[in-house]
Design a protein around this ligand. Structure first.
Ligand code: ZN
Length: 235
């Protein structure tokens, strides 16, 4: 099994990754290398440029029919001066059957073609797909705010709720950022020898209660309040 730089798996939040895809293709095709204003740059943003095709699905998994455009378009070869890009969003939704139909193409993309598989849930991807990709992890652009919230929630004594609210507002967490931050917090507190068992138990209970889309502020406020009750008193 081999993978080439032409087959990449990008891991990060969907909004951030789609911005990265646009930037990459603009750099290839815009005469001013991604000016952002010319007709070509605008076509690329509107997903109307001939150099790439994007597949996406609103269903819980891709069906073979969703990939038909790939099979029909990919016959038109690109070249090193005119690279073509095939973008599969939410690559974790590739079922085993879909993935199998793609494996050969992922392994040896037709001349001039580049695969960009995007995901924010790499743990759900099939190993047969991952092993054929060069994996790139993108930190969220909101990393600064996430770090601030992380240090707030890992420092005792815990700050007051007004300060917490300000940090939470500034952090502007996406659902993806929230999941990553929660995993980091859990890892931090589980390793702390002096952390009280009831707090760790409480954090674990949040594992079954990950933020629903759009509810991450509520999620973090609940965590803060629980933390306040369980930890702040003893410090
Ligand atoms: Zn341009």
């Amino acid at each position: 099994m081999k993978h080439s730089a032409s087959t990449q798996l990008w891991v990060g939040s969907p909004e951030h990754l789609s911005g990265q895809v646009v930037a990459l293709i603009q750099k290839e095709y815009c005469p001013q290398q991604a000016c952002g204003y010319c007709a070509i740059c605008k076509q690329i943003v509107a997903e109307q440029h001939y150099a790439y095709l994007t597949v996406s699905t609103t269903k819980s998994a891709y069906a073979r029919a969703d990939l038909e455009t790939i099979f029909s378009k990919i016959a038109f070869q690109g070249s090193s001066e005119e690279p073509r890009f095939c973008v599969i969003t939410q690559a974790e939704k590739l079922s085993a059957a879909c993935a199998n139909s793609l494996l050969k193409l992922l392994e040896e993309p037709p001349a001039g073609w580049h695969w960009l598989l995007l995901t924010d849930r790499p743990q759900e991807l099939l190993p047969t797909v991952i092993s054929r990709c060069m994996v790139k992890e993108y930190a969220s652009e909101r990393d600064g705010g996430t770090r601030e919230l992380y240090s707030f929630l890992t420092t005792l004594p815990l700050g007051d709720i007004v300060h917490f609210q300000q940090i939470l507002e500034r952090a502007k967490l996406s659902d993806y950022d929230s999941r990553l931050l929660f995993d980091e917090l859990l890892a931090f507190w589980t390793k702390k020898p002096q952390a009280r068992a009831n707090w760790i138990e409480c954090l674990h209970s949040f594992l079954n209660y990950q933020p629903m889309p759009g509810s991450s502020k509520f999620f973090w406020r609940t965590i803060y309040l629980n933390m306040h009750c369980l930890l702040a008193k003893e410090s």
